[in-house]
Write a protein that binds this ligand. Structure first.
Ligand code: ZN
Length: 174
């Protein structure tokens, strides 16, 4: 049975833009895994990492326990963006991250929201005194609304035209 997901968190790696520049997203996951283990943690604690070029790699499977935010490691998905070193909680997304990362993040959030419509999208900094992910996720979501509004409009249009057909057949007099 699928785990219920209540929250979707956005994080950053707090690395410089040129960190492991020519390495793949999967190699970066492996490197962070080594760091976290060296600190005595359980390894790469997030579900997915998005690199500077918009490529991504998976960490822990969604539904498995994560090690990303104390008290939010069950029933949550944790996405981490490469970059964000020296960022502030109130910085703009584009101060520290790329357009490719914006596209990946919005596409992934839209997918996750379709799958878990009741999940709340949050930045790590909303639940802890941290800069991570280095921007205000609520503002970011207001500026980049997810494309979920398109579907109901189409259904509505179909209903209206169906009503039109019914009226045409039965000589609607409303
Ligand atoms: Zn974080």
């Amino acid at each position: 049975m699928a785990t219920e997901i209540h929250e979707i968190f956005v994080h950053c790696t707090a690395t410089t833009p040129d960190w492991m520049l020519m390495r793949s997203a999967a190699e970066k996951v492996a490197e962070i895994d080594r760091w976290h283990k060296a600190r005595g943690w359980a390894g790469f604690g997030y579900n997915e990492l998005c690199d500077r070029d918009g490529s991504s790699a998976k960490g822990r499977p969604i539904g498995a326990q994560t090690a990303a935010v104390v008290g939010h490691n069950r029933n949550a998905v944790h996405l981490v963006l490469v970059g964000g070193r020296g960022s502030d909680a109130s910085d703009a997304f584009s101060d520290h991250f790329t357009e490719a990362q914006r596209e990946w993040l919005l596409a992934r959030l839209a997918e996750l929201k379709r799958k878990y419509p009741n999940a709340t999208i949050r930045g790590h900094n909303e639940v802890a005194a941290k800069a991570c992910p280095g921007f205000n996720v609520k503002d970011f979501m207001r500026q980049n609304p997810l494309p979920t509004a398109g579907a109901p409009k189409q259904v509505e249009r179909k209903r209206i035209s169906l009503l039109g057909i019914i009226k045409a057949i039965f000589g609607g007099q409303s």
